[in-house]
Design a protein around this ligand. Structure first.
Ligand SMILES: *Cc1c(COP(=O)(O)O)cnc(C)c1O
Ligand SMILES: [Zn+2]
Length: 468
């Protein structure tokens, strides 16, 4: 009887194992020795200036077997028990064990569909292509996964008595939407720094609707980032950008979840678009920790795809990551990854070396056509997911990824956030980006007349079947 009641079952679980005994702390990602509590307002190592990362007490986590962890995560997955029905908080012990349950700020994020994109895979010449739809989420991008952890931690700090008047971020669009939503859910003030005229209407209206203070600045993302860092350092405002490594902890659950959704099988490749490079870093960290706990016995290879107009990691990869490159990012339709100086480049390079990682770059034409091609098989891709598909196509052509390998593409946002990009593609209005669409599909305008409609139908449908 107990086992049929998820609430009771997990309460008993918790009594048997003191799950709150797990510990995590900030430590330098370059391995300096200092440890700092997750309630400290600190983003960089005081000794060397490197980024911090969250480290877990893995020896405590190893007291449970891999099978026990998988079982626990599976029992909680997509259920209603607070807060474990969230796929991020369903892995709380491994993500952020130091937040009290009542301080978690969650909208039951995660659990996005991982599906077999059979037709698209075959169109690319691939037998086993899967798409992880991280854009099917609360604010329409994967940024929710990290933001629930960061805002929960701030909520914990406030409830512990710390004074934090606001949380702030610079954003190329999706981070600000996630921050604004989670801050609103917690009753906190959010401040978002956006590059004027470089985010989509949907991305702009999200933080407006959620009551954030929206600052539209006459600069690009890198310019917003410089300013928000300075303001946060001087004005006691909490910084929510991905240099804050709490977000990486939430985002790493994508790795755990995509393996969990495939009965704990590891794919051969994971392909992800990269901008500030927190997400590729998170993906790698998730796989490494699962391996450390014995939950998986091998690692996938990771491919990061960048826009050729914002390609610092690609340039660094050309030098075997011996150098970290920065560029002046040029305008790209993949606006969320128009970043020339990625905060997490050093971390991402370290991860890619461990994962036999590769980096590919794609042009505006390639990303726009790849997105449109995917849409023709039933998807509705954002331009960043177009970058990932464009990268996949090129890696297949170059023989880096083999037709028989199992590939998971991380789709990072919902296409509905980028309708301007999509409609301009079909209207052939992306000349500024040198794109001429290979897969346009415009509405046919007609009088409301039977014969006219019939004619249009016959010619269009024949033309279609002729084109295959
Ligand atoms: C943030 C974002 C990215 C890039 O992720 P990074 O962690 O900055 O590399 C890609 N796609 C979308 C839709 C995003 O919002
Ligand atoms: Zn250090």
């Amino acid at each position: 009887m107990q086992k049929t009641c998820p609430g009771l079952y997990s309460r008993i679980d918790r009594k048997e194992q003191p799950l709150t005994a797990y510990n995590a702390w900030f430590q330098c990602s370059r391995d300096c020795t200092g440890r700092f509590p997750l309630t400290d307002v600190i983003y960089e190592c005081p000794s060397c200036g490197g980024l911090l990362e969250v480290r877990h007490d893995l020896s405590a986590l190893k007291q449970q077997s891999a099978e026990e962890w998988k079982g626990l995560f599976d029992r909680r997955f997509m259920r209603t028990e607070w807060p474990y029905g969230s796929s991020v908080w369903g892995k709380k012990e491994l993500v952020c064990p130091v937040v009290d349950e009542e301080n978690v700020v969650s909208m039951f994020e995660g659990g996005s569909n991982l599906f077999w994109a059979d037709r698209l895979g075959h169109a690319f010449g691939l037998d086993d292509l899967w798409v992880k739809q991280c854009g099917n989420s609360h604010t329409g991008s994967f940024k929710d996964l990290g933001m629930t952890v960061l805002v929960s931690m701030v909520n914990q700090m406030v409830s512990d008595g710390q004074k934090i008047p606001a949380v702030a971020c610079a954003s190329s669009g999706d981070t600000s939407a996630a921050l604004a939503a989670y801050a609103a859910a917690a009753g906190m003030q959010a401040v978002v720094f956006l590059p004027k005229d470089r985010v989509s209407t949907a991305q702009l209206v999200q933080p407006m609707s959620n009551g954030a203070l929206v600052l539209s600045l006459d600069t690009d993302f890198d310019g917003c980032m410089t300013l928000v860092k300075e303001i946060c350092a001087n004005e006691n405002i909490y910084l929510a950008n991905s240099m804050n490594s709490l977000r990486v902890e939430g985002q790493k659950t994508v790795a755990i979840e995509l393996v969990q959704q495939d009965d704990w099988q590891v794919p051969d490749w994971v392909v992800v678009p990269g901008g500030n490079l927190g997400n590729p870093t998170a993906l790698g960290k998730g796989f490494l920790e699962m391996q450390e706990l014995g939950m998986i016995d091998r690692l996938p290879r990771i491919a990061v795809a960048q826009s050729a107009n914002a390609n610092p990691l690609y340039l660094s990869y050309q030098n075997n990551f011996d150098t970290l490159e920065t560029v002046q990012a040029r305008a790209t339709l993949a606006s969320a990854i128009q970043i020339g100086n990625p905060v997490s480049q050093e971390k991402a390079a370290k991860i890619l070396k461990l994962f036999g990682g590769v980096v590919e770059q794609v042009t505006e034409q390639e990303l726009a056509d790849a997105a449109a091609r995917a849409d023709r098989t039933g998807l509705f891709c954002c331009p960043h997911t177009g970058v990932a598909f464009g990268g996949l196509i090129k890696l297949l052509e170059r023989g880096v990824i083999k037709p028989e390998e199992k590939v998971v593409v991380i789709s990072t946002a919902h296409g509905l956030k980028f309708t301007e990009f999509k409609i301009d593609y079909h209207r052939d209005a992306l000349g500024d980006y040198d794109v001429s669409p290979r897969y346009p599909n415009l509405p046919v305008e007609l009088p409301a007349d039977y014969e006219a409609v019939k004619q249009a139908l016959l010619t269009r449908i024949e033309a279609r079947s002729g084109a295959g």
